[in-house]
Design a protein. Sequence first.
Lengths: 167, 211
Amino acid sequence: MTSLLSGERVPKSHARIEACGDLDELASVLGALAASLAEDRVVEHEEIRQIQGELLHVGAWLAVTPGSQTLDMLRPPSDAPVEALESGIERMEKDLPPLQGFILPGGHPSAAWAHVARCVCRRAERRVAAIPSPEVLPWLNRLSSYLYVLARHCNHTRGVPESLWKA
Amino acid sequence: MFSSRLLRREWLSESVFEVELERPRGFGFTAGQSIRVFVGESGRDYSLAGGPSAGTLSLCVRLVEGGAVSPFLAGASLGASATFTGPHGVFTLAASTRPMVWAATGVGVAPFLAMVRAGATGFTLLHGVRRNQELFFRNELEASAARYVPCLSRETGPGCFSGRVTGWAAANLPPGMYDISLCGNRRMVRDFMMIVDERFPGSRVFTEIFF
C-alpha cells in the first residue's frame, strides 16, 4: 500500500500510482537525454529542465483524487506549458528537412534517448487517460510531439542521417 | 526569495528553540505549511509553528551540530537577516467528518501547533518525545485536543504512555476510519502506515517527514 497526496491508502498497482510512476520514469529518461545532449544546446537543456519540473507538478496533481481539498494547495494545470512546448516544436522544425517517411528510432545517442522518452511519454499519456484527470492530457500529448521533433533535431544538428523505414 | 530579520529566540531545551522572523508584507500561508531557510546554497525546511494570522513567522528548530542551517538560526544575532522561500507543502488540514488523529515526534509537533493556533480543535494528538521535559507546548496543545496522549520513549512520567506513538496507536486506538496526520521521523511515519493498513483500513493518511 502507499498514500495518495490526498491521503487515501491505495495499492501500489492503483491507476494513479501507475500514472505517477510513468511520469517519474519519463523525468528520469529526460535526465539521460539531457546528459547525452551537447552542452551548447542551451535552449533544449533549459526546455528539458522546465519539462522535468512540470512533470513534478503534473504528478502531484494526479496524486490527488478529484474533490479533495489538497487540490487547493496545488497549482492547477494551465495552457502556458502547452504553449511552451508548441513554441519549442516550431523553433526546431524550422531547421528540419521535411519528413520523407517513417523514421526508425536511433542515430545519435541524444536522438535515441529522445525516442525512448517519447515512448515513455506516450505510455504515461495512456495511463493518465485511464483516470479522470483530462486537464493534463493536452500537455502530455504535445510533449510526445515535442520529443519526436527533438529526436529529429538532435540527429540533424549532429549531422547524423535519419534512418528511414523501407517496406 | 524573502529576507527577514530574526526577532526573538527562546530555547526550550538544550537543543531545541523557537525562533521568530519578521513576517514579510503580503506573506500568506496555511497552517501546516513550511518555509525553506537558506544559508548560502543550502536550504532546510521548517514548518511554520505560528498561526496564519500571527504578526511574525515562528519556527521550532532542533539544533543539529554541523548542520547547514540550524546553527545559523541558533547562533545569529537578533536583527540578522535570514533568507527563505515559501510557503511550501500540502500538509494542511482538510475539512473532514472523520475523527482526526495526529501523531508527532520531536519538533514534528510544529505544524500541529500552527493548526491549533489557527483554531483546530477536537483532534486526538499523540505527542511522542524521549523525555517528559521535551513535551514542548503541551499545555497549549492539550487545551485544544479532544484527547492528548503524551508518549515517552526513554522514561516514564505521570499520565504519560511509556513507549512510542505507534505503540499507543496499535494498542489503544479504537477501530475506525480516521484522517491521520503524521509529522516526524521517517521510522515513525513508516511504522504508523503499517498499523493503519493493518488496523484502520479506509483511513486517509497525510505525512510530513522531519529528518
